[in-house]
Structures are given as structure tokens and as C-alpha cells.
Design a protein around this ligand. Structure first.
Ligand code: C2O
Ligand code: CU
Length: 491
């Protein structure tokens, strides 16, 4: 970054009076798009007695970031990020997690419906040298989920240093749909993360910026200045905002994207979108059409905060290119796309008329409902089989990214109005615009456990670490007296 540009930014800030708030801005450096996009390998697995078992080792390593330097990073089964896990609805899966990091960590399956004991939150820590092998049956629609550590107070650091990967689920509907689905060829995982570097070293530094760390370098799957060769007319992009604080508004300059899926699976119908906004933790699947021989870039635009002028909009102030696509002179024709029929999703649908419980969640500073996270306090108790409405709101002039474990929810309304179609699909994480009411609908299907909680929290990971998190248990009626966390005794 040139010091001249920095000086101009400083001048602009001074002129607008923003420095008075002590905000540190981090303009994104645009690197040349000369490095071929790394694609995380599909994780190998073994199937024995009907259980598909994966293996992940959390470890440290050295990553060469071209043009920046070699740096210590953390990864699963490698130096940075982790392999893509993939399983089919109905399968029994297990993951052997080995911790070679030299410090405690955990692995949370973000977006997965599973028993709380398998969730990988802050109550399922894996000590250094230890192994943890959660197992569960995949029972939810095809979707793009992900995994990452969740150690209380340190989630930001573990994810930031490189511990994250995708978890793709398939089902009958996704198998029947005619969509680009050759992994790494016309079906590309794109894990987008911003990082800071200091003299070539990945720099983990809570610099006091309100959203958390806003990096000056945007990596896709760990690649600096990435390009991807395109060999087919259509490509499906599985976008994951794996950043700790920054919100992206993805767009191509000259063409829409066809949005087919959000966090928890397919939309009822594909949707042509000029922009796709993703807050930390959110995912989207889009299909993009390319012309032979062209070179185009996916950009991130300013995030529209609905007219609210906030200097530190979760890093949404910058505009920059993210990745370049280079289409071959001759492209393999892609089959006419066909989408999973809406009725396929009906079995998973939850109806507002069935809701029997309403809860309120107000996010402010590092608290939810006026309280910071306490590992030994259960904040909410839900019953198996109940459908609930959660009213969620940030009352601070900065956005948050609200995530609920275990369930996929539907957005009933945003400030009283029906959500736009791009937010009407299955979600587990949602961008909270300041002072806007979000009503979320969900059902707690099964997996009662009065002793082990699930989490809900802000997915801007510094906020989460600093207390913007709460705990809920799912129980059967009659288990009220057993609510609590025996494993916390003595802490
Ligand atoms: Cu992606 Cu509780 O986290
Ligand atoms: Cu937040």
C-alpha cells in the first residue's frame, strides 16, 4: 500500500471528522490476479459398519503467500484452512479430530443439525494431543456448511490463523437437479477472508477497530490475488464469508448471478441477483454464466446499510476486486439448469401458525439482553418439537451477524415486512442491520440434552469472544430439573 494513498485516506477521514471516533480503517490492497486459485481437496473418508469417518488434524504450518512472504499459519491436515468434507443426507458420519496445535481448540460444524454433545462448541474442547470423535446422522437438506474452532474467547484467533473448511451436504434433490456439480471444475468453493500482514507474517492483532480485524489483503481459499480458469459455460460458486469481521457485497460489473441457495440449502426458486451480501459466517451458492475467452472479476462493493452512515460498517466501506475468472476460448456447454422443485423442501418446512414460543434478543456492545456470555449460565430453554419465533435486533449503530446453532431458520419479517426473496430461504446466520427488527422462525426437532447447551452469538468473532453469545438447551418436558452443566462444576 502506498503511503500516498494512506495519506489521502487520512486526509479524507480528517475532513469528515471520522478520526475523532478512533476508528481505524484498513483499505484493501488490490493484488495482481496472478495466482491460480487453490481448491481445498475433498476430504478422504472410510466407510465401516455404515459410518463414514473423516479425519482432521488441527496443526501449525508455514504458508507461502506469494508477493507477501512466508508465515506461520494454522490449518487442518495442512498449513492453512482444511479439506472439504462431503456427505449425503441420511448418512452416518464421524470425524476424528486430532489436536496437534499445542493448545486447546474445538471444531464446530456450522449449520449442522446434530446433538449438542457433537456440536463442537466451547463445551467440547479438545486438549492438545487429544482426539475427539463426534458422530451423527446427517438429516437436513443439501447445503454448503462449514467447520471452524469455537474455543470461548479465542474463536477469532483460531479462525483468523486459518482453521476453517467447508462441509458440503448432498441429497436426492441436489442429485436430481441439473446444476454444475463437478467439484473444483465447475463447482468451486470460495472461502473469502481478509487478513493483515506485517513484514510477510500473518498479523493477529485486535487493533481496536469496532467490528474486529479488518485486513488489507483478501484471500480466497488462502490464495492472494487469485484467478480461476473457467472451462464450462456455467460455474457454480459456493461463497463462504469466512472472515472474522468484514461484510462483503459480491457483484460482477456486467452480469447478474443466479442465486440458488443460502446458508441451509436451496431457495424455492432461483433468483437473478446483481449483488449478494454476506456477513461473517453466511454462505450463498450462485451460478454464473461466462462467454468464451473473457476475463471478468468478482468484486466486493460498498455494503448498503439502508442509509445509515456508519464509518466502520463491518469493513463494508471498501470496494475491491476479489477474484478473476479466465474463460477458455472454447467452453464446454453446460446442461440447461434445472432446480430442485420447491415441493422437495416441503417436508422440512416450518409454519408460523405452529409457533408457541416467542423470545426477544437485543444485541448491544458485547452483550445479548444485557448480559455477557457466561459458560455456566443457561440463557434459554427450548422444548423438543416446539416451533419458536426469535425477535432479534441490534440497538447499536453498527451491524452484527447473528448465528444460531443446531437449526436452520426462516426469516418471517424484517421491520414488519416480508423478507426479500434472497433472504427467504433457509438460514443459520443473518446480517443484522442496526435498529431493524428481524423475526426468525425455527423448530427444535430432536436431540434433547438438558446438560449440554448450543450457542447463539454474533459471528463477528471478536464480538463473540468478548461476550456477545448466549446458551440454550433443548429438552423434553419433564427434564427442567436436569438443566445445567455438570462438566462445569469446579470451574
Ligand atoms: Cu460459525 Cu457458533 O459458529
Ligand atoms: Cu457483532
Amino acid at each position: 500500500r502506498s503511503s500516498k494513498a494512506a495519506a489521502v485516506v487520512a486526509l479524507l477521514l480528517a475532513a469528515s471528522g471520522l478520526t475523532a471516533c478512533g476508528i481505524s480503517t484498513s483499505p484493501v490492497t488490490e493484488h495482481e490476479f496472478v495466482n491460480e486459485l487453490a481448491v481445498p481437496p475433498l476430504a478422504e473418508s472410510t466407510v465401516e459398519s455404515g459410518v463414514r469417518t473423516f479425519q482432521l488434524t488441527a496443526q501449525k504450518g508455514i504458508t507461502d503467500f506469494p508477493g507477501i512472504g512466508e508465515s506461520e499459519t494454522w490449518g487442518f491436515n495442512g498449513a492453512f484452512l482444511g479439506p472439504t468434507l462431503r456427505a449425503t443426507r441420511g448418512e452416518k458420519v464421524a470425524v476424528q479430530v486430532d489436536n496437534e496445535l499445542g493448545r486447546p481448540t474445538s471444531v464446530h460444524w456450522h449449520g449442522m443439525h446434530l446433538p449438542a454433545a457433537m456440536d463442537g462448541g466451547p463445551h467440547q474442547m479438545v486438549e492438545p494431543g487429544a482426539t475427539w470423535t463426534p458422530s451423527w446422522t446427517v438429516d437436513q437438506p443439501a447445503s454448503t456448511l462449514w467447520y471452524h474452532p469455537h474455543p470461548h474467547g479465542e474463536t477469532e484467533e483460531h479462525v483468523y490463523r486459518g482453521l476453517a473448511g467447508m462441509f458440503i451436504l448432498d441429497d436426492d434433490a441436489s442429485a436430481a437437479a441439473s446444476l454444475p456439480n463437478e467439484y473444483g471444475v465447475d463447482d468451486l468453493p470460495l472461502i473469502v477472508q481478509d487478513k493483515k500482514f506485517d513484514d510477510g507474517e500473518l498479523e493477529y492483532d485486535r487493533n481496536g477497530s469496532e467490528p474486529g480485524i479488518l485486513g488489507d489483503t483478501v484471500l480466497v481459499n488462502g490464495t492472494v490475488g487469485p484467478y480461476a480458469d473457467v472451462s464450462t459455460e456455467r460455474v457454480r460458486l459456493r461463497l463462504l464469508n469466512g472472515s472474522t469481521a468484514r461484510t462483503y457485497t459480491f457483484a460482477f460489473e456486467d452480469r447478474p448471478m443466479t442465486l440458488i441457495a443460502t446458508d441451509g440449502g436451496f431457495l424455492d426458486a432461483p433468483l437473478s441477483q446483481e449483488r449478494v451480501r454476506l456477513a461473517p459466517g453466511e454462505r450463498a451458492e450462485v451460478v454464473v454464466t461466462f462467454e468464451p475467452g473473457e476475463t471478468v472479476r468478482l468484486r466486493s462493493l460498498k455494503t448498503d446499510l439502508g442509509g445509515i452512515v456508519v464509518p466502520q460498517t463491518a469493513g463494508g466501506n471498501d470496494e475491491f476486486d476479489v477474484i478473476e475468472f479466465r474463460a477458455a476460448e472454447k467452453l464446454t456447454p453446460s446442461p440447461e439448469p434445472s432446480w430442485p422443485a420447491a415441493k422437495d423442501a416441503a417436508a422440512d418446512e416450518v409454519h408460523e401458525s405452529e409457533a408457541s414460543v416467542t423470545r426477544e434478543f437485543v444485541l448491544n456492545t458485547r452483550e445479548i439482553n444485557g448480559e455477557e456470555m457466561d459458560m455456566s449460565r443457561i440463557d434459554e430453554v427450548a422444548y423438543v418439537g416446539d416451533t419458536e419465533v426469535w425477535n432479534v435486533k441490534s440497538t447499536q449503530p453498527i451491524p452484527h451477524s447473528f448465528h444460531i446453532h443446531d437449526v436452520q431458520f426462516r426469516i418471517l419479517s424484517i421491520d414488519g415486512k416480508a423478507p426479500p426473496p434472497e433472504l427467504a430461504g433457509p438460514k443459520d446466520t443473518i446480517y443484522l442491520q442496526p435498529n431493524v427488527d428481524y423475526r426468525l422462525l425455527m423448530r427444535f426437532e430432536d436431540y434433547a440434552d438438558p446438560a449440554i447447551p448450543y450457542m447463539y452469538h454474533c459471528h463477528m468473532l471478536m464480538h463473540e469472544d468478548e461476550g456477545m453469545m448466549g446458551q440454550f438447551v433443548v429438552i423434553e418436558r419433564g427434564q427442567e430439573g436436569e438443566v445445567g452443566m455438570p462438566e462445569m462444576e469446579g470451574h
